[in-house]
Design a binder for this molecule. Structure first.
Ligand code: NDP
Ligand code: GDR
Length: 322
């Protein structure tokens, strides 16, 4: 039986990836960090089909111990401080987890089983930041615009470096924004779909939002975790851009969500400087041609379908509560 270890299993992507790997017959293990209140909402439905191990990306010994116990064939490093605004408030913590945490995970693999393990690193379109060309591809130069983006560039290159230094099977997936009904409410898509539903139900008066002109290449998380798995099934390790190839503004996102509940977004949306970032990434548009050609990967859910799916899921959640 194939076995996989997922760091960040309790996050949005971790939960979808765990489902995918279970469907494929893997023994699925996940790293969770200690918390005073255990909230495993996203993975609770998987019950004892997955095995959880306590460890932290900041603690090398804990990662070595998990590697020794599980002896996985594939490791997916999804754990990170992943919220861009927090990376300005906690830049060093972001560096510890999102940058040097990758080295700790790679070191744990190198010490236990450097030849047997295949490693996936969750790189990000935030590495492109102030974009140097459009659309962005695997060869576009990086110009990160936040401590988070800088940390991901480190994680990306240390992954490439372990591949080149030790001939380890290490890949980096440069994934553009991907969302789902399980997205954290601090991220803009879920913040908007949740607000549209709450306003519709009379639970909230307005949506306070930052930059409406920022453009993102948004896709569905379940489509994107499929690409992660495909990357680890190739004869040779390589890096891939995973994106929809389409870009939309935050304004279009708000409009789409509010339209779906029958509201005029302009009546309820207030621009608030508190949500504007010290440095913005204005435009992201990925070119997934290499992934399509080599991995045979294509996204199945469009932007409109995704936002309507998220609104419907939020509606269902609130209706179930009342
Ligand atoms: P989430 O924020 O939903 O999940 C991140 C996970 O990392 C959480 O489960 C969190 O644990 C865990 N974590 C945080 N700090 C530590 C730590 N010190 N030790 C161990 N675990 C830790 O992110 P997503 O699922 O959205 O993203 C997955 C990965 O992909 C991240 O690395 C992200 O940066 C990257 N990425 C995401 C994209 C997206 O659009 N979603 C696009 C490109 C890259 P806890 O549950 O306890 O909080
Ligand atoms: P991002 O996602 O920073 O791209 O990182 P987020 O959804 O937070 O922001 C997207 C864009 O929306 C604009 N925006 C707002 N964002 C938030 N969160 N809240 C607001 O009120 C708001 N108003 C406007 C932002 O300025 C930005 O331009 C996500 C994360 O998942 C990262 O971990 C991942 O690496 C990248 O996607 C790819």
């Amino acid at each position: 039986m194939k076995s996989a270890l997922i760091t960040g299993i309790n996050g949005q992507d971790g939960s979808y990836l765990a489902e995918l790997l279970l469907d494929k017959g893997y023994a699925v293990h996940g790293v969770v960090r200690r918390s005073s209140t255990e909230t495993f909402e996203r993975i609770a439905h998987l019950g004892d089909r997955i095995t959880l191990h306590q460890a932290d990306l900041n603690d090398l010994a804990s990662l070595v111990e998990v590697m020794q116990t599980v002896k996985p064939m594939e490791v997916y490093n999804l754990a990170a401080q992943s919220f861009v605004p927090t990376s300005w408030k906690q830049p060093l913590l972001t560096t510890d987890v999102t940058a040097t945490g990758v080295t700790r995970m790679l070191e744990a693999i190198r010490l236990i089983d450097p030849k047997g393990v295949r490693f996936y690193q969750a790189s990000s379109s935030e590495m492109f930041g102030k974009v140097q060309e459009t659309p962005q591809t695997e060869t576009t130069a990086f110009y990160p615009r936040s401590p988070y983006g800088v940390a991901k560039v480190y994680g990306h290159f240390i992954t490439v470096n372990y591949r080149e230094s030790y001939s380890m099977y290490c890949v980096s997936g440069i994934l553009f924004n991907h969302e789902s009904p399980r997205r954290g409410k601090e991220f803009v898509t879920r913040k908007v779909t949740d607000a549209a539903v709450r306003i519709k139900l009379g639970l909230q008066k307005e949506l306070r939002i930052g930059n409406l002109e920022a453009r993102r290449d948004w896709g569905f998380a379940a489509d994107y975790v499929r690409a992660m798995w495909l990357m680890l099934q190739q004869p040779t390790p390589d890096d891939f851009v995973i994106a929809s190839g389409k870009t939309h503004t935050v304004r279009e996102l708000v409009q789409t969500a509010f339209e779906h509940v029958g509201l005029d977004w302009q009546k309820y949306t207030v621009q608030d400087p508190a949500f504007v970032r010290p440095a913005e990434v204005d435009l992201l548009l990925g070119d997934p041609a290499k992934a399509e050609r080599v991995l045979g990967w294509k996204p199945e859910v469009s932007f409109g379908q995704l936002i309507r799916m998220m609104v419907d899921a939020d509606l269902k959640r609130y209706e179930a509560r009342s």
